[in-house]
Design a protein around this ligand. Structure first.
Ligand code: GAP
Length: 469
């Protein structure tokens, strides 16, 4: 990992965003725990996505007037454990859902072939390059021919561990959506086109996890499945791709750091008629953070075939019965969080904090969008040895805490405390000082502009609150 990434990883650990899982036992297989700030940030990302999916209306400008005005997307929270038949029907138990690996005949380490021969990173559904292997990157030994390793995580349900009780942890959340297609359609009285959104954990027995939280064995996905008429699927694909790119831009990802890559047919996921990967320019290089897929009728057709249930949609108007096409948008919560962290991480040489004298010092500023920033407000007494000021600051903290994620900090100089806040992206710092005791006002410092405004304490909740609307 590069220097920049190491600094980001170290900040994430030092400030309570992300810890290695089972750390006291030496860590465990590329699993990570999200600390107090990590979980806030994750929740903020999930909320931003959920609101975007379930609470937006269409603007006719985006639609070119072709498609209905309703933007119906409803939520679902399906079980992680499902019948093993689901994974037969979906194609995940066959070679399609596998990593192609080569093994060093000398040191027996395994590598994803595409990673050692270069080229764009593979999707884990087995697409990737099949160029001739080179020597082992570790010991220069001879490499074997590529072999497929299935990524499904096996588990057992019930007291007996036999074939009959074996199932899998879900490898993508969307399968639960397909199984509930009819339930949701009927109970919510929906008409095509409509969508179902879901956020939840997914598991893959990645053979070569790594790059911090980029590729892990347990991760979270935010997936939306858009059910539409086959003839409008191409338009919807374009629509959703644009929407998804805009979502990242709105949350602070710079245009030059995001790109949409059309995936050629032989590298696509086994279900995809069309696939565009949204890639972010990590300090590690361009890497996928989201996939937009046209899954055609693959999923509903196969689940109907394997289950014997009729999963066609009957159009009341035309009397037509057909399998809707599915346009999927699928993003990893952890991976997008990593991208947001990388985008926000800034090292300011020479110091930016007002009171910094040591101009050589490097200050870290996490320029997270205010909706994603884990801590919105820090409350700081100017000095900690004046009980009146400290008590006032505690009062202000109590006032703000029910409304925003807040931190109270009285340790060290005020400059040092501002810096501590900047490092985790605290949006506003509220300071109680000597003037507070005279006129009940506090200073509100804006992280990005560093401007300070005096605000009456009784207005503080509204004053800060309106910037989050
Ligand atoms: N339902 C489609 C699907 O799962 P995918 O491209 O395999 O498509 C979608 O995964 C997203 O899930 C990826 O773009 C990535 O953000 C996230 N993801 C997939 N595998 C991951 C892993 N091992 N670790 C972290 N995130 C992962």
């Amino acid at each position: 990992m590069g220097n920049l990434i190491s600094n980001i990883v170290s900040l994430a650990k030092r400030r309570g965003f992300i810890f290695p899982s089972s750390e006291i036992y030496g860590g465990f297989g590329s699993c990570y725990d999200f600390g107090p700030l990590g979980v806030e940030m994750k929740n903020n990302i999930k909320k931003a996505w959920w609101d975007e999916m379930t609470r937006q209306t269409f603007s006719s400008k985006n639609l070119g007037g072709q498609i209905e005005e309703q933007r119906n997307i409803v939520g679902l929270d399906a079980a992680i454990l499902m019948s093993p038949k689901v994974w037969q029907a979906s194609g995940h138990l066959t070679a399609g859902f596998a990593d192609e690996l080569v093994e060093c005949k000398k040191c027996h380490k395994r590598f994803r072939q595409d990673e050692i021969v270069g080229g764009r990173p593979p999707n884990i559904f087995g697409r990737g390059r099949t160029s001739a292997p080179v020597a082992c990157p570790e010991c220069k030994g001879e490499l074997s021919r590529p072999r497929k390793f299935n990524l499904m995580m096996k588990t057992f349900v019930g007291p007996v561990e036999d074939e009959a009780s074996q199932t899998y942890l879900r490898a993508e959340t969307c399968q639960g959506i397909y199984l509930n297609f009819k339930n949701v359609l009927q109970t919510m009285r929906l008409k095509i086109p409509f969508g179902i959104a879901q956020i939840g954990k997914a598991f893959r027995n990645e053979i070569t996890p790594g790059n911090f939280i980029f590729r892990t064995r347990e991760f979270e996905q935010m997936e939306m499945q858009w059910f539409c008429h086959p003839t409008s699927a191409d338009d919807w694909f374009e629509f959703w791709l644009k929407e998804r790119l805009n979502w990242y831009y709105n949350l602070g990802i710079k245009k030059e750091n995001l790109r949409a890559v059309e995936v050629p047919e032989k590298e696509r996921a086994h279900y995809a008629k069309r696939q565009v990967d949204i890639e972010y320019k990590f300090p590690l290089g361009w890497k996928e953070i989201e996939g937009v897929h046209n899954r055609g009728e693959w999923d509903l057709y196969n689940h109907a075939k394997y289950s014997g249930e009729d999963l066609k949609y009957s159009s009341a108007g035309s009397g037509q019965a057909y399998y809707p096409y599915i346009i999927e948008t699928s993003v990893g919560v952890d991976r997008s969080l990593f991208a947001f962290l990388c985008q926000a991480y800034t090292e300011v040489r020479g110091g930016r904090t007002e009171t910094t004298k040591a101009v050589k010092e490097v200050e870290i500023l996490l320029k997270l969008d205010k909706r994603i920033a884990p801590v919105k407000v820090a409350v700081l007494p100017l000095v900690k040895n004046k009980p009146d000021i400290v008590n006032k600051a505690k009062e202000v903290y109590q006032l703000l805490k029910p409304h925003f994620v807040c931190q109270y900090d009285e340790l060290g100089s005020i400059g040092r405390r501002y810096r501590r806040g900047d490092e985790i992206g605290v949006v506003f710092s509220v300071t109680c000082d000597f003037q507070t005791l005279k006129d009940n006002t506090v200073t509100v410092r804006n992280r990005d502009t560093m401007k300070q405004e005096r605000v009456v304490i009784s207005d503080i909740v509204g004053n800060i609150g309106h910037t989050f609307l």
